[in-house]
Design a protein around this ligand. Structure first.
Ligand SMILES: Nc1ncnc2c1ncn2[C@@H]1O[C@H](COP(=O)(O)OP(=O)(O)O)[C@@H](O)[C@H]1O
Ligand SMILES: [Mg+2]
Length: 357
């Protein structure tokens, strides 16, 4: 304790400065009194001794008042940085606007940068841990299923032609799930770490939607769902990353088909936005709908209202998470409205190209 207290009160730098100043003052005083005023040597020594003492006290006090507190702040801030105790660093009200204040201000600023950087790295680390946990969980189901089918076949079922075929088909379905999962995982990890950048260009919206709808017609017909594109100006262009916006459309329309009922429909169209630079695109289905409490969760990675239905339809639970990330990267919004047993509407904003504003 005593060492700490001494450290806190005794200002070493101040005493050194005071010593230099007082020694110099004493020397000048001695020379002045002895040579110019021609006093005796003992008188001159006495005067210079008194000057040495008083100037030391004055110089020490002045430097103490001017710098001691601020040097202590500096010491505290750097100690806090090395101990990663950022919350204790407060903004210091600076009084003098000199070099010392400048250094303090800069050190506080740097400590904030270090703090932010540490927080960012912690976030990435947590994300990585969670992600690996999720992935291993998701991989387990299809891998164990494949293992089960192969084991049963090896244990004798190979003889039975019917079972044989059925099990191999089931194993193949799970292999396909692994392939979808790997593709979506690669996509989402690139999006979430910011590795995949959006390259904006002017895109004809009608053409893009048509292209996607055409590629999904087979799936829709298989489930007896009608796909309708309504009210989209053929010349309207939006600014977006072509592949990413296609991915958004595929994921939303595919969901509209998957979570629908036979004879249902998926409508895709545009409505005006309050913002004249934007346009709202909707994908509306007449399907099973989403419970109100689940709506905020459907864009979470791997969240599925009904796991077995999603799995049966080849879902990975990543589709809407990918949509959310792509739209965030574009600075666009996603709104979800849904009523169970009536249907869901996914509405996203898009930015009109300069020519269309
Ligand atoms: N149009 C929709 N109608 C009803 N439920 C939906 C719809 N779109 C998404 N969902 C629900 O949200 C979950 C997450 O969607 P998504 O991320 O696309 O994953 P999935 O691979 O399961 O389709 C789905 O499993 C489903 O429960
Ligand atoms: Mg999906």
């Amino acid at each position: 304790m005593s060492k700490k207290r001494r450290n806190a009160k005794f200002f070493k730098l101040g005493s050194r400065i005071a010593l230099y100043i007082s020694a110099l003052s004493a020397l000048i005083a001695y020379l002045l009194v002895f040579f110019i005023l021609e006093h005796s040597q003992s008188e001159s020594l006495m005067v210079s001794g008194a000057i040495l003492f008083t100037s030391f006290i004055i110089a020490y006090t002045v430097t103490y008042l001017l710098e001691f507190r601020r040097i202590k702040v500096l010491e505290q801030v750097s100690k806090n940085i090395s101990k990663k105790r950022f919350e204790e660093i407060e903004d210091l009200r600076t009084l003098y606007d000199d070099e010392l204040d400048y250094i303090i201000k800069h050190l506080i600023k740097s400590s904030r940068t270090v703090e932010r950087e540490i927080q960012r790295l912690n976030r990435i680390e947590n994300y990585r841990k969670e992600f690996i946990g999720d992935i291993s969980h998701e991989l387990k189901t299809p891998i164990f299923a494949i293992q089960g089918f192969i084991e049963t076949l090896l244990n004798g079922a190979l003889e039975d032609e019917e079972v044989n075929r059925d099990f191999l088909q089931k194993a193949m379905r799970n292999v396909n799930r692994l392939i979808f999962l790997t593709k979506d995982l690669m996509e989402i990890s690139k999006l979430e770490t910011g590795e995949l950048k959006s390259e904006l260009e002017d895109i004809y919206l009608y053409e893009t939607i048509h292209e996607i709808a055409e590629s999904l017609t087979y799936k829709a017909q298989k489930d007896n769902i009608s796909l309708n594109i309504t009210n989209i100006d053929k010349n309207l262009q939006v600014r977006a990353d072509r592949n990413q916006i296609k991915q958004v459309l595929i994921n939303l329309i595919e969901n509209g088909i998957k979570y629908n009922i036979p004879g249902g429909s998926v409508d895709i169209g545009l409505t005006d936005s309050k913002n004249p630079n934007k346009i709202n695109l909707f994908v509306k289905d007449s399907g099973i709908g989403i419970d109100e409490t689940d709506i905020p969760r459907v864009t979470e990675r791997f969240f599925r209202v009904d796991k077995s239905r999603s799995r049966e339809k080849g879902g990975t639970g990543l589709g809407l998470a990918i949509v959310k990330h792509i739209l965030e990267a574009h600075g666009e919004q996603l709104k979800i409205k849904s009523v169970p047993n009536e249907g869901s509407t996914f509405i996203l904003t898009l930015t009109k190209s300069e020519l269309d504003k």
